[in-house]
Design a protein around this ligand. Structure first.
Ligand code: ACM
Ligand code: ZN
Length: 762
């Protein structure tokens, strides 16, 4: 991708004396245009390059752009920033959509005009991406960087392109948060939702209530920590280790944690603001606030706090002292965060204490509230009035709809299964931010489909009116950190999925092209390597979880990330830096178990994957002569989490289905057993791609071909089997508890999908 333009420049630049002189300073590095998110309009002027060196000047036309100019000079490693026009000029405009910008580069200059400060920053990020990846190095080498001559006009699709970080379950230092903000800025993400408190740790200093951090920011290792330590060993993955700098030894006791002082918060808010990012603080209430209820009395229903049936003891909306406590905490938060939006949380509130608490019950009687959901709504409305009186607007998780939504609060939709939440909220006139857990929860394990699932997501529901669509503010990825203990693991979970969120939120839907995005995402990997971001290397390609071959075959593996290398073993051990390097297809003539592992450009270990190549014979067809097309499906009222147990659950219904699917009438607790015959059209090796949420298994001729069992989000697993032409007994099992997904795709060795109408009989 890297090219030296020196020779071509000389040819061109003889026309322009100044640049001819500049071109004498040595070779100019440049890079092809590959931007993410994709701008609305890009025109390139071939053969012209704007050269940036340490002497390049940056000018700005309005004093409020000084921080943006300094930020750009830091990115470029230049020395001169001044008011007025310069080699690179930043201009504030009005009128367009907030965040819109124009970037024009010629052989002589670069001009960025942006609508609002955020528009100028968006233009700066585009300019940054037009520069070679080396610009991202912390120590800037003394180079001359070339920017292709372009004219770009661009504007965001949505005003909200967010990322949430949970710093309670595991803590991230000020510098680690700033690094994430830098990464967000690069991709024009502009809202950082900071989940500052939860049951496992209170992370922000509140001067009126010092115990919140003195005690609430520290803990003994909990079950999440222990699981991370186990995974670090099991997966040979240091990113799961609990970082030593988050441990605190007190009287021989090891505590884990940390918190941000109010000065830290101010510094981070300023750092984000320079990068065009607003910070939305979340102090989750009335649930998920164990640190508060267990360190201060008068906040919960009783002094006996801890874990209830499902969630922790919440604050007590019946007590004025509790309301006062919550408002006092927010009073200090309002002073720290200038952005108008503040997040109250409001999710997963255990209401058993409220049912027994005399204060809560009195509050309900006094206010004519019939249910505990209405009591939560009453609490939320009290807090909202307080927010509004202090010039703030409230956001809450979608549970705030239950029991009565106020006129003005914004709903953050997260429960994919509460499908109508966004329809209901927008019909009521409230704004909505889309963060449905599947696919926007970035703590969920990634697989080969997870980036695409985000990219293809349509952030609106069928049948919404134009008015309702206009209330959708945008999209956000959430990084919950129960099982993410380190900066490395956090960045691995965030990238590259956050690139897909960034593009979904920024680029118009008419521009969407997965193939184009995939190439541009791959182009980003080298930049991310220079930035030392341990993004997840995409899945290796060229094999299934299990593979069949007849006689002999070659195993051909490829990595979509050209900066990574592949090593492998065949003895079941996890590959190390000394294991065999994959350089060319590997011949196999016996059943072989491979473990492939990627290594990053800097040598760090990546993920490993196991796959089996099974030497096979074509399995003979059965003598059975099924007469009806399709398959038979039996539904059991199943609440377990293993496919093998489904038929022990009570039977609920029997159906005939044409293709593998969840029959229309089947919902709730689903355990399905689908049986029949697969009709193999020829002697061939067939591939089976089984996608399910939750678990599924596929057996053919009584032999497991795909094992996608266990509770999980949508996940596809693939297997192969060699079959003789004719009928083969087929059994597919599937379970889920809230609606789910089930699909099976069958392909022959020519790679063609076989239509289901030709496949199934019973
Ligand atoms: C959430 O995931 N509990 C908002
Ligand atoms: Zn109470």
């Amino acid at each position: 991708m890297k090219k030296t333009y020196c020779q071509r420049l000389f040819g061109l630049l003889t026309l322009t004396g100044t640049l001819l002189l500049a071109s004498c300073g040595g070779p100019v590095e440049t890079q092809k245009v590959s931007l993410l998110p994709q701008p609305a309009h890009v025109e390139e002027t071939p053969e012209q390059v704007f050269v940036i060196s340490s002497g390049t000047t940056i000018g700005y036309n309005s004093p409020e752009l000084l921080p943006a100019a300094v930020y750009l000079s830091e990115i470029l490693g230049t020395e001169s920033v001044k008011e007025g026009a310069a080699d690179i000029t930043l201009t504030l405009t009005t009128g367009d959509k907030e965040g819109a910008y124009t970037l024009v580069t010629t052989a002589q200059s670069a001009d960025i005009s942006g609508c609002g400060y955020s528009g100028v920053i968006a233009g700066i990020e585009t300019l940054r991406q037009l520069l070679p990846d080396g610009i991202e190095a912390k120590q800037k080498p003394h180079r001359r960087w070339g920017v292709p001559a372009v004219r770009i006009t661009d504007s965001p699709r949505y005003e909200w392109r967010g990322l949430m970080l949970d710093v309670s379950r595991h803590f991230y230092s000020k510098e680690e948060v700033m690094e994430l903000l830098d990464l967000m800025a690069l991709y024009k993400m502009n809202k950082f939702h900071w989940h500052l408190t939860d049951d496992q740790g209170w992370r922000v200093e509140i001067k009126q209530y010092p115990l919140l951090t003195e005690k609430g920011a520290w803990r003994h290792f909990n079950s999440h920590d222990r699981e991370c330590i186990r995974l670090a060993k099991e997966q040979d993955n240091p990113d799961y280790k609990i970082p030593a700098d988050k441990l605190h030894i007190e009287n021989g006791d090891t505590l884990y944690g940390g918190f941000y002082t109010q000065d830290d918060v101010r510094e981070i808010v300023q750092y984000a603001g320079i990068r065009g990012i607003d910070i939305v603080p979340e102090i989750d209430m009335p649930g998920h606030m164990l640190a508060a209820v267990s360190n201060y009395s008068g906040v919960s229903c009783t002094d006996n706090t801890g874990w209830g049936t499902t969630f922790s003891s919440p604050a007590c909306p019946g007590k004025d002292t509790a309301i006062e406590f919550c408002q006092n905490v927010y009073k200090e938060i309002f002073q720290l965060f200038p952005y108008k939006y503040v997040h109250i949380g409001g999710d997963e509130v255990e209401k058993t204490n409220w049912k027994k608490c005399p204060d809560c019950q009195k509050r309900m009687r006094d206010n004519g509230l019939k249910t505990e959901e209405q009591l939560q709504a009453w609490f939320t409305h009290q807090m909202e009035e307080f927010f509004n009186a202090n010039g703030k607007e409230m956001i809450g998780w979608d549970e705030i709809i239950e029991g009565g939504l106020s006129e003005t609060s914004t709903v953050m939709w997260w429960r994919s299964w509460a499908k109508n939440a966004s329809r209901e909220a927008t019909a009521h006139g409230n704004k909505v931010i889309y963060t449905p857990n599947s696919p926007f929860y970035l703590d969920y394990q990634q697989d080969k489909k997870s980036v695409r699932a985000i990219y293809d997501y349509v952030p609106e529901l069928e049948g919404m009116t134009t008015e309702q669509q206009q209330l959708i503010m945008g999209v956000q990825g959430n990084i919950w950190c129960e099982w993410i203990p380190s900066r490395e693991r956090m960045l691995y979970m965030a990238a590259p999925r956050m690139l897909a969120i960034a593009e979904l939120g920024w680029s118009g839907p008419e521009q969407a092209s997965w193939e184009d995005f995939r190439h541009r995402m791959t182009d980003q990997f080298n930049r991310l390597n220079v930035m030392d971001i341990p993004y997840r290397i995409p899945d290796l390609e060229g094999f299934n979880e299990s593979n069949a071959f007849i006689g002999a075959t070659t195993v051909e593996v490829s990595c979509p990330d050209p900066t990574a290398v592949i090593r492998y073993t065949t003895d079941g051990t996890i590959p190390t830096a000394e294991s065999a390097l994959y350089e060319a297809p590997i011949p196999v003539s016996e059943t072989t178990d491979f473990t492939f592992r990627t290594f990053r450009a800097n040598g760090a270990k990546g993920d490993f994957v196991k796959t089996r190549f099974v030497k096979s014979e074509y399995a003979p067809a059965t003598q059975a002569a099924p007469s009806s097309p399709g398959l038979s499906a039996v539904w059991h009222d199943f609440r377990g989490n293993r496919c093998a147990d489904i038929d022990q659950a009570p039977l609920k219904g029997r159906y005939k289905i044409e293709d593998v699917c969840i029959p229309k009438k089947v919902s709730g607790n689903i355990g399905l057993v689908v049986k029949g015959y697969l009709s193999a059209p020829a002697d061939d090796i067939y591939s089976f791609a089984l996608l399910s949420d939750d678990g599924s298994t596929l057996a053919i001729d009584g032999e497991m071909v795909v094992d996608n069992d266990g509770p999980h989000a949508p996940k596809e697993m693939t297997g192969q089997k060699a079959l003789k032409k004719g009928y083969h007994p087929f059994e597919l099992r599937y379970f889920d508890s809230n609606g789910g997904t089930l699909q099976l795709k069958v392909t022959g060795s020519d790679g063609q999908t076989i239509p289901f109408t030709n496949l199934y009989m019973h």
